[in-house]
Design a protein around this ligand. Structure first.
Ligand code: ADP
Ligand code: MG
Length: 258
């Protein structure tokens, strides 16, 4: 299971099962994403979407199955034919390939927008302050927040905070970005500005896995939609196929959100 040939998937999750005690949160879930692809994951609350994202970056360790990111087996290394768990330092290094943006913005409250974006490169990547600052200003510009660099999170709207969180994620130069309902905690009038930034990221060729209930975004931006229910992938297909699916479980969900 942990041996395989290199391939051109940036995300290659195979046959993931995740149990919490007696409860099976993920049941034999596989997900493959190619370079530059945008895959949206839809599904009712509790269907395992967040758990799947957390398995991708090994925040949760699957009970069965394995995840390769850019052909790198996550969480383990092979030594003399034996699989060993990575040290937390080695895992942290591996995780820099994945950036995650959460529903809650998770900014450092006592740091300015700019400092939030320079922190990772300086602390984790060993980039100089000056270089990190130069790049952070560029990233803040990219998310439309050039004029907010000196603001603390509590002086930013939710949408602005989420855009800082995206700039912060980008500062680590990830290979793939994972979004877990990035607009669900926002007031409705702030959703658009965040989706706009995500859309421009997608157009720039970023590989993205996006858990979202924003069907409009999925329709416009996604290359594929994965529909999950009760810990299983029910559908994994083009936007048109999924949105027009006659699968009863998908239909119930889609008709409620469309
Ligand atoms: P979704 O993101 O689709 O709403 P989650 O992946 O968060 O679903 O959760 C899937 C199921 O797994 C839910 O029933 C949830 O209660 C359960 N679950 C998630 N994390 C844990 C945990 N750490 N311990 C126990 N149960 C969990
Ligand atoms: Mg969730």
């Amino acid at each position: 299971m942990t041996m395989r040939e290199s391939n051109d998937y940036i995300v290659d999750a195979r046959n993931i099962t995740k149990d919490f005690g007696d409860f099976r949160a993920l049941d034999d879930v596989s997900l493959q994403v190619k370079q530059g692809e945008v895959v949206c994951i839809l599904g009712p609350s509790g269907s395992g979407k967040s758990t799947l994202l957390r398995c991708l970056n090994h925040l949760e360790r699957p009970n069965e199955g394995a995840v390769w990111i850019d052909n790198d087996l996550i969480g383990y290394k092979e030594e003399n034919g034996v699989l060993r768990e990575l040290s937390s330092a080695a895992l942290a290094k591996q995780r820099t390939k994945l950036a995650m943006v959460f529903q809650r913005f998770n900014l450092f409250g006592h740091r300015t927008a700019l400092e939030n974006v320079t922190e990772g490169p300086v602390q984790v990547l060993g980039v100089s302050q000056a270089e990190a600052k130069r790049k952070a200003l560029e990233l803040l510009k990219r998310v439309g927040l050039s004029d907010k660099a000196k603001n603390y999170p509590n002086a930013l709207s939710g949408g602005q905070q989420q855009r800082v969180a995206i700039a912060r994620a980008l500062s680590m130069e990830p290979t793939v970005m994972l979004f877990d309902e990035p607009t669900s905690a926002l007031d409705p009038e702030l959703v658009g500005e965040v989706l706009h930034v995500m859309k421009s990221l997608a157009q720039s060729g970023m590989t993205m896995v996006v858990v979202t209930h924003e069907i409009g975004f999925a329709r416009e931006v996604a290359d594929r939609i994965v529909f999950m229910d009760e810990g299983k992938v029910v559908l994994d297909d083009t936007v048109t196929e999924v949105l027009n699916s006659t699968n009863p479980r998908a239909r119930d969900f889609l008709d409620a959100v469309l």
